[in-house]
Design a protein around this ligand. Structure first.
Ligand SMILES: [Fe+2]
Length: 347
């Protein structure tokens, strides 16, 4: 069983996929398909194996895992899918590749706003979509998302594509709070304040602040850590040093957060072990390690983020449920098109 499964997993490890088999005592196994980089999850699953004796295999790929699980159907070796963004978690449920998981442990560790009401997906960590602001050119230390549409910031704001999942999550949260009309007005104002057409990833926006092209940019929190600690490309440390983080709506509804998360596959061959791993990932130790490894925030109340992440400011997360945000994603995408967001300012 084990060797045929290993062979079948190895057979899948082609192209962009990398397989990391991990040996351990024979207490059964659990197979993980992961969009998260192997180095982000290895310390955790090693600890899980040490604690339980359950052996793990990880198949990593940057795309296509949901479709792959669906295509593999009942023969899929996958027990768990690890991914990021409510868009992908919700898509896994819609694809029909998940099964509901009932666990008192997870229910206690993961607040209701960070899990599917029907148990098909669970958050493991959160990341906040904050405003990177130029230390030199922005005096204020607080901001709201709404203020990004204020004409006083005309030509000063940078962002990645409005159709990227990170943007859609934020816009969908605005829709869930304020409805279509206000969101459309806000998106139009935001578009008019852009310094340039939406382009590049989150780090590219911080680089643009460093280069003086804009003063404010939308981005996820963990990129600050990735830039501050970047030994491969040390110039990114300078980009990071040129900005401070403003946590929008800290005095109001709170800052928009999105998830990294997990699902159990519909045909999980090792469902019991998969449930144990999911419970482990919601535990104090795992929450701390997983959060610190990628500069994210643990979902479990009472578990603190690492010191570097805390040094950027205090996160007061928006309490709206990610399931409600998921429901508004399609409409958010339509609004991005409707206001011509991707065409940039003066369009
Ligand atoms: Fe990211």
């Amino acid at each position: 069983m084990t060797s045929s499964l290993t062979r079948s997993l190895t057979g899948l490890a082609v192209g962009a996929a990398i397989l990391l088999p991990m040996a351990a005592a024979a207490e059964g196994e659990v197979n993980i398909y992961s969009y998260r980089q192997p180095e982000l999850i290895k310390p955790l699953i090693d600890a899980f194996t040490e604690q339980t004796g359950i052996k793990t295999s990880v198949l990593f790929a940057s795309k296509g895992l949901g479709e792959r699980i669906r295509a593999e159907g009942e023969n899929s070796p996958a027990d768990i899918l690890l991914t990021v963004d409510i868009g992908r978690l919700d898509a896994a449920k819609s694809l029909g590749i998940t099964q509901p998981v009932e666990s008192d442990v997870i229910a206690e560790n993961v607040p209701a706003q960070y899990r599917d009401p029907e148990g098909h997906w669970f958050g493991v960590t959160t990341r906040a979509r904050i405003v990177y602001a130029s230390k030199d050119r922005v005096a204020q230390d607080a901001i709201t998302y709404e203020e990004l549409a204020d004409p006083k910031w005309n030509g000063k704001v940078c962002t990645r594509s409005g159709q990227h999942a990170y943007s859609i999550g934020l816009f969908a949260s605005k829709l869930a709070h304020d409805g279509a009309q206000k969101t459309e007005e806000w998106l139009t104002g935001l578009k008019n304040n852009l310094a340039r057409k939406p382009t590049g990833n989150d780090r590219a926006q911080v680089k643009a602040i460093y280069a003086g092209e804009c003063d404010l940019a939308l981005g996820n929190t963990y990129y600050m850590g990735k830039m501050q600690t970047n030994e491969k490309d040390p110039e990114q440390k300078e980009w990071a040093a040129s900005v401070k983080l403003l946590f929008p709506n800290a005095d109001g509804r709170g800052t928009h957060v999105n998830l990294s998360g997990m699902v159990m596959t519909k045909h999980a061959p090792n469902a019991q072990n998969a449930k144990k791993l999911m419970e482990f990932l919601s535990s104090d130790t795992a929450q701390q390690v997983y959060g610190a490894t990628n500069f994210e925030y643990p979902v479990k109340p009472g578990v603190e983020a690492d010191d570097r992440t805390k040094s950027w400011g205090t996160l007061k997360p928006d309490t709206i449920s990610l399931a409600d945000i998921a429901k508004n994603r399609k409409e958010a995408s339509k609004l991005v098109d409707k206001v011509g967001f991707e065409d940039g300012p003066d369009s």
